[in-house]
Ligand binder design. Structure first.
Ligand SMILES: [Zn+2]
Length: 532
């Protein structure tokens, strides 16, 4: 305990600190194989998790899959396989894909895991004991795709789901209800806060929904066999959303110890942030907090609803045949290129448009030219003139040097913007540092100065500051582009960033006289002649 307190106060000077930083992706619905949207969310969370680990935070990065419900039951039936087999197959694809994208999750939860059932039963017991479960009749228009009742009036003629473009189904069921209406006041207060829902642009929509008055929602289904059985209610299974949200808690308790809700506060709960797509904000910012209140558990600090991706200005869909497959993207472009484009070009939170030409241009300009060539040129000159080693730094290569000043500003921007999930701001600042280093190289032109007598020291100094700036770029890129970061640092003869990076961000980390390996391009140019 003493050790923990010491670490906390040391780090507090550096950044606002939380001993356990828990972040989650949504638990992806295994109706279909992974698509670009889930890959996008997962990449962003991976960057955030890596960043937080560099801040010396105890990070728990949770992802996983949501495996119950009528939609999955029907999909499996249509495929002629059992729902369990279907879930096993799709879950394995997620796991495998995240591994190939080098995603650094700490937990991967499946809601068909037996431990999860135990947790759901415990949680349900608490909610019931709070008097928040009642029997009621639910009628209305239902979208199986969304697994959600829609607000269409009862006499609507052939209503359709705007998301799925499919007819809604009329439902009339006797179900168990969660008494959400009892939490009207608390939820109003919660969503009125400025730090709970992010980005700010998503708050009003949720506030409007809450102000219309919260209605109790059904948490059981009587006609869906592919779900977790409700204790004491034969024939009823839990509504898939009730079960899925609880997956976050199961994941935290999946630490080799017992499933016990009382242990949650030592297991990483509450989460620092749930990162989700904007379409499921209502579940996370309204239903979920009320469920947690009912169970006497603390609320997550923040819910971040990011935007959707289109492709060349069009919504992606099977009917349009323009779906961008994350497997193809990975195979043809590699992780660095895709991560850079998604995190650097799209403000995380806003909708974004995937444009192939822009993708290729940004990757080649930013990574291959601005960063890759800078390192290659500088390293080659240093090796040629200074004995295959980092040149001696002169007296003005210290923290007062303009490049050192810019590096320091860059570090501040990255440290302040990344915790807000402003990956774009962080990436752009890093790129600006590389641009400034290129500028310094061109202004000082060591290749011509080296031809003049007695200029060795000046040239050594100029090359040193550029190499040092490249090192800072390499270190700062670590959360965004871990693979490229490692290659940049290897090119400078140093190890990849592991663990807290505070010391590595100080200017002057490159040791004069240390060996510079033979340069290899750190980033291949992206050549895509065919559409992806
Ligand atoms: Zn729908």
């Amino acid at each position: 305990m003493v050790v923990r307190i010491q670490r906390r106060s040391e780090a507090a000077e550096f950044l606002p600190f939380k001993m356990n930083y828990t972040l989650t992706t949504p638990l992806y619905y295994v109706n279909d194989r992974p698509h670009l949207g889930s890959t996008y969310t997962t990449i962003a969370c991976d960057a955030l998790a890596r960043f937080q680990r560099h801040q010396d935070n105890g990070v728990l990065f949770v992802t996983g899959v949501d495996e119950h419900g009528q939609k999955i039951q029907r999909t499996a039936e249509a495929r002629g396989v059992s729902p369990q087999l279907h879930c096993d197959e799709i879950s394995a694809r997620y796991r495998d894909l995240w591994q190939r994208w080098d995603i650094s999750q700490d937990r991967f939860i499946r809601t068909t895991a037996p431990r999860h059932l135990q947790l759901v039963e415990q949680f349900y017991g608490r909610v019931k004991a709070s008097g928040d479960v009642i029997t009621g009749r639910q009628t209305g228009w239902y979208c199986v795709g969304c697994e959600e009742y829609k607000d269409d009036p009862a006499d609507a003629m052939e209503p359709h789901c705007p998301i799925h473009q499919r007819p809604l189904e009329w439902r009339d069921e006797e179900n168990l209800f969660f008494r959400l209406s009892r939490y009207q006041e608390q939820i109003e207060e919660l969503v009125a806060r400025d730090d709970f829902i992010a980005p700010a642009s998503r708050r009003q929509e949720v506030r409007n929904f809450v102000q219309q008055g919260l209605r109790d929602f059904s948490i059981s289904r009587s006609n869906v066999s592919w779900g977790l059985p409700v204790p004491g209610q034969p024939g009823h299974t839990f509504y898939v959303w009730f079960d899925a949200l609880l997956g976050y808690l199961s994941a935290l308790l999946d630490d080799g110890h017992s499933i016990d809700l009382n242990r949650l506060n030592q297991a990483g709960w509450p989460a620092s942030v749930h990162v989700i797509g904007k379409d499921i904000l209502r579940f996370h910012a309204v239903y979920w907090p009320a469920m947690l209140m009912s169970a006497g558990l603390p609320l997550p600090d923040r819910v971040f609803g990011h935007g959707f991706l289109t492709r060349e200005g069009q919504k992606m869909g099977k009917s349009l045949g323009n779906v961008l497959d994350p497997e193809v993207l990975l195979e043809r472009c590699g992780t660095d290129a895709v991560r850079w484009y998604l995190l650097r070009d799209i403000q995380f939170g806003d909708d974004g448009d995937f444009q192939q030409q822009r993708f290729v241009d940004l990757v080649n300009n930013d990574l291959a030219n601005t960063i890759g060539n800078l390192l290659n040129r500088t390293s080659s000159m240093a090796r040629k003139w200074f004995d295959d080693a980092v040149p001696p730094a002169g007296s003005d290569a210290g923290p007062e040097h303009p490049l050192a000043q810019q590096a320091s500003r860059t570090v501040s921007i990255v440290l302040s913007r990344m915790p807000e999930l402003s990956f774009k701001a962080g990436a752009e600042a890093i790129l600006q540092l590389a641009i400034a280093a290129n500028g310094h190289l061109n202004d000082t032109a060591p290749w011509s100065r080296m031809k003049q007598p007695g200029q060795d020291d000046v040239v050594a100094n100029d090359l040193y500051v550029v190499l040092e700036a490249a090192r800072v770029v390499g270190v700062l890129l670590s959360p965004l582009l871990p693979e490229l970061s490692a290659r940049i640092l290897a090119q400078l003869g140093i190890d990849a960033v592991n663990g807290p990076w505070k010391d590595q961000l100080r200017w002057g980390g490159l040791t004069s006289g240390s060996v510079l390996p033979k340069p290899n391009p750190v980033m291949q140019r992206l050549e895509l002649e065919e559409p992806l």
